[in-house]
Design a protein around this ligand. Structure first.
Ligand code: SF4
Length: 817
């Protein structure tokens, strides 16, 4: 342990008390030193309303709203306790007041008066809105049944009462649940076949928990090599109690031992920025080919850990192949060494033209990995967001598996660094009586032709078939109807057809692109306008809970979603069952106390004493230390006593279950599912460029937005302009200079966007930050002026996950506009 980290971690245990002291009496004592004398005087007069950044970056950074005369004067972030241990907001969170007080806030319930998607609405009363929703629910249940009602993926706000709609629809008769999410769709579907299913979560694999993955602390303390595949916390999770900070410390730790960081990405991302020697450029979507070649070198150099592979794994070579596949050259070894499958040896020379990485550089990285005492291999979620993402995510994990470098200090399982999922308070409870689950990216197909969708052709779980099209979409705090889904143009066509989906409810704070498709559009309150409670997020060092607010009143007729759902429940005849006699505030207190009791349990909980409700209402925040984690440590220590959740209890490099799925599922002619991880280019992947679309194109997460959240904040748009990244080689051949407006075309659509000509992106691939707000004349040329990358993505769910692989697998052409 380094001296620095010791000081940080030894402090942690007392931070809850200090947090309490800092805010005792409702004033931020600790904050005063941050201001000049005059400002400090003003701050003295303020009351502090604690709150949080509740968007889906996961950080849940802490806000202290300084309130004067009932209005937010300014926001201060976490300043409680040790500076190494604070959930400080990033530039996004620090712009939250501009969202809160934005002139574009939705203020009244509205009903659609134009064509669906046109964005024309008229104001109605809450009573009319509530009656319409209740009537439409009754009609839909009666006419089509619960499999026609779907709650959209909505991650715009995370808080302890965010599932009020789930509770309402569970009591009303149930709904189709979403399976997986847009972040980790392919990885979540594929990894369980290799590392086991999570019994508690059913089929959904937790892609970042401390069972399957190691924390960056392990790298900081013990690793001598960090290899990151498409992983850039500095773009995605920038806040103080978030992965950027953890990674920065890991870099320091590794370098202090003479080690290094290798950041493999098609662009030099913000995590590698300033550390150019760490960047290893790769063609987008070809990570699995690089991994195959690295593993080829491990085998050739005698560095594959056969003892580990034969003890802990199934299917590396013939010795551990299951009976059903023995003697058929179907092992992973056979694939890598060219003795089976495509009969091609996966040498660095084979991988070089695919990945654009010279063979010598691949060999060099292989040697680095072979000689490292504790390589920490991790992947972000970009590499799996490709049409070949299921194989890619597993193949990245094969790098440490073949070296036998998992479950040991300083190593990782090839998955994203762990963020221990310690949730101190839960959400409002609900129990959906309908067991049907729909892969989240299939929602649009289910609107279009749900009746034809089955478990075997569409990945539906919990039922053999959907049996109906989706007729009622419930969209709360989400922009996945259009903007964050695939192929905006196709999505528009299907949603605009009112004979397909008959009713769309959207509930948001501003007019997103998805909101334009609402039949009824409801104005939501911001979390700072209500009593807000949420457990802490992605820090690997600590978890906690923040409780506070409201900081100021919501504008117009904005109402609390819980109260509105209670009114809908009343129309449907089950208000008492819905509320259980509790108001919104009483539910929050109840959930806090429930979490507090659970946390106190020394066996099932953490054996900690959280503050009483009265105390947390004064303190605003409570923090608790998390232990660093080594992924699969228990399994490594004793694989018999701690088997994985796979059929064999081992790491299934060859999965018989996947082999059966490959044979029994109904796949398109050009789709493939593989029992072992391998490099398969996939649609619009490597080799699919044409003379019309000669470039690869990929989306990437951008520091000015969390997905599409904050996408309308003018200051953030100016600070981080929406630009297409293009290499000078590709730009010059097209006569494009930095700052030129360009037209980007793909088979799915067209967009106008400014060029950022930079050597920070590999030639042959362009990059477009995801999450920008779509802005096109959908009755006219449909050219998107907002820079929404999903204008360019093809709606083509992946073979196994039925997921959003095309998000980063795009072929495109660029011209000066
Ligand atoms: S890091 Fe994430 S949670 Fe924290 S302020 Fe930024 S966007 Fe919000």
């Amino acid at each position: 342990m380094t001296e620095q980290s010791m000081s940080r971690r030894s402090f942690v245990k007392t931070s809850g008390a200090l947090a309490g002291l800092a805010a005792a009496g409702g004033t931020a004592v600790a904050s005063q030193e941050l201001f000049s004398a005059g400002e400090a005087h003003a701050a003295d007069a303020d009351t502090i309303a604690w709150s949080q950044c509740n968007v889906n970056c996961g950080g849940n950074c802490i806000f202290q709203w300084h309130v004067r005369d009932g209005k937010v004067a300014y926001m201060e972030t976490d300043n409680t306790g040790d500076a190494d241990f604070q959930a400080r907001a990033c530039l996004r969170g620090r712009s939250m007041r501009r969202w809160l007080n934005n002139a574009d806030r939705l203020m009244y319930p509205m009903k659609r008066v134009g064509k669906r998607g046109e964005g024309k609405f008229e104001r109605i009363s809450w009573d009319e809105a509530i009656q319409t929703i209740a009537d439409q629910l009754e009609y839909t249940y009666k006419t089509y049944g619960p499999n026609s009602i779907y709650i959209m993926n909505g991650t715009g706000t995370y808080f302890s009462m965010s599932k009020v709609g789930h509770r309402l629809l569970s009591l009303a008769g149930g709904y189709v649940s979403k399976l997986y999410d847009y972040s980790t769709h392919q990885l979540s579907a594929a990894m369980p076949y290799m590392f086991g299913f999570d019994e508690e979560l059913g089929s959904v694999f937790s892609p970042y928990d401390n069972v399957n993955a190691s924390s960056f602390t392990e790298a900081e303390q013990h690793s001598d090599l960090i290899v990151m595949f498409g992983n850039s916390p500095a773009d995605t999770r920038m806040g103080g109690a978030n992965a950027t900070w953890d990674f920065a410390r890991a870099r320091e730790g590794v370098k202090s031992r003479g080690g290094k960081v290798v950041n493999i990405d098609y662009r030099m991302n913000e995590s590698a920025s300033g550390h150019a020697d760490e960047w290893l450029p790769i063609r987008t979507g070809t990570d699995a080919a690089l991994c195959a070649a690295l593993i080829h070198e491990f085998i050739k150099d005698g560095k594959a850990d056969l003892n580990f592979l034969h003890t802990y794994c199934v299917g590396f070579d013939e010795e551990t192949m299951p009976e059903s596949a023995k003697g058929k050259n179907k092992s992973f070894y056979a694939y890598i060494m060219g003795e089976g499958y495509d009969m091609v040896e996966k040498t660095p020379e084979w991988a070089a033209p695919i990945t654009q990485i010279p063979a010598s550089r691949i060999r060099e990285l292989a040697k680095d990995l072979e000689s490292a005492k504790a390589p920490f291999v991790c992947q972000g979620w970009g590499p799996q967001r490709h049409s070949n993402g299921e194989d890619t995510s597993r193949m990245i994990s094969m790098v440490p598996v073949v070296l036998g470098q998992i479950g040991l200090p300083g190593t990782n399982t090839g998955q994203r660094e762990a963020e221990p999922p310690v949730y101190l308070v839960g959400n409002i409870p609900f129990k959906n009586p309908n067991k049907t689950q729909l892969p989240v990216y299939q929602y649009l197909n289910a609107v279009d032709h749900g009746k034809k969708m089955t478990a075997l052709n569409s990945g539906i779980l919990g039922a053999d078939e959907l049996g109906t099209d989706l007729k009622f979409l419930w969209n709360f705090a989400g922009n996945c109807l259009t903007n964050q889904h695939g192929d905006v143009n196709k999505t528009h066509e299907i949603l605009a057809d009112e004979s397909k989906c008959e009713f769309i409810l959207v509930w948001d704070t501003v007019m997103t692109d998805s909101a334009k498709y609402a039949d009824i559009l409801l104005p939501d309150m911001m979390r700072s306008e209500v009593l807000n409670m949420q457990t802490q997020g992605y820090s690997e060092y600590y978890t906690g809970v923040t409780v506070g607010g409201p900081a100021q009143e919501a504008p117009g007729e904005c109402r609390n979603s819980y109260d509105v759902c209670a009114d809908i429940a009343e129309k449907l005849g089950f208000r008492d069952e819905y509320t259980e006699g509790r108001s919104y505030e009483e539910w929050v207190e109840y959930l806090y106390n429930k979490g507090r009791d659970a946390a106190a349990d020394p066996v099932e909980g953490y054996g900690i004493n959280m503050p009483t409700w009265d105390q947390i209402r004064k303190d605003g925040v409570f923090k608790m230390e998390c232990e660093p984690a080594i992924g699969l440590e228990d399994f490594r220590n004793d694989p018999v006593a701690n088997p994985l959740g796979t059929p064999s209890g081992k790491i299934e490099i060859y999965s018989e279950t996947l082999a059966t799925i490959a044979e029994t599922w109904e796949l398109e002619e050009d789709e493939e599912i593989h029992a072992i991880p391998m490099f398969w280019a996939g649609p619009e992947g490597y080799g699919s460029v044409t003379s019309e679309y000669p470039l690869y194109c990929s989306g990437f997460h951008y520091k000015s937005r969390t997905h599409s959240s904050f996408g309308f904040i003018e200051e953030l748009k100016q600070a981080c302009r929406q630009q297409m990244w293009i290499n000078p080689i590709d730009a010059e051949s097209r006569g494009i200079a930095n700052g030129d407006m360009c037209l980007v075309s793909s088979p799915a659509g067209k967009m106008q966007i400014e060029a950022k000509v930079t050597e920070r992106i590999i030639p042959g691939t362009i990059g477009i930050p995801q999450g920008a707000w779509h802005d096109a004349d959908m009755d006219g040329d449909k050219i998107d002026k907002g820079g929404c990358v999903n204008t360019l993505t093809t709606y083509r769910p992946t073979p196994l996950a039925k997921g959003n692989g095309p998000a980063h697998s795009i072929i495109a052409q660029v011209a000066k506009a």
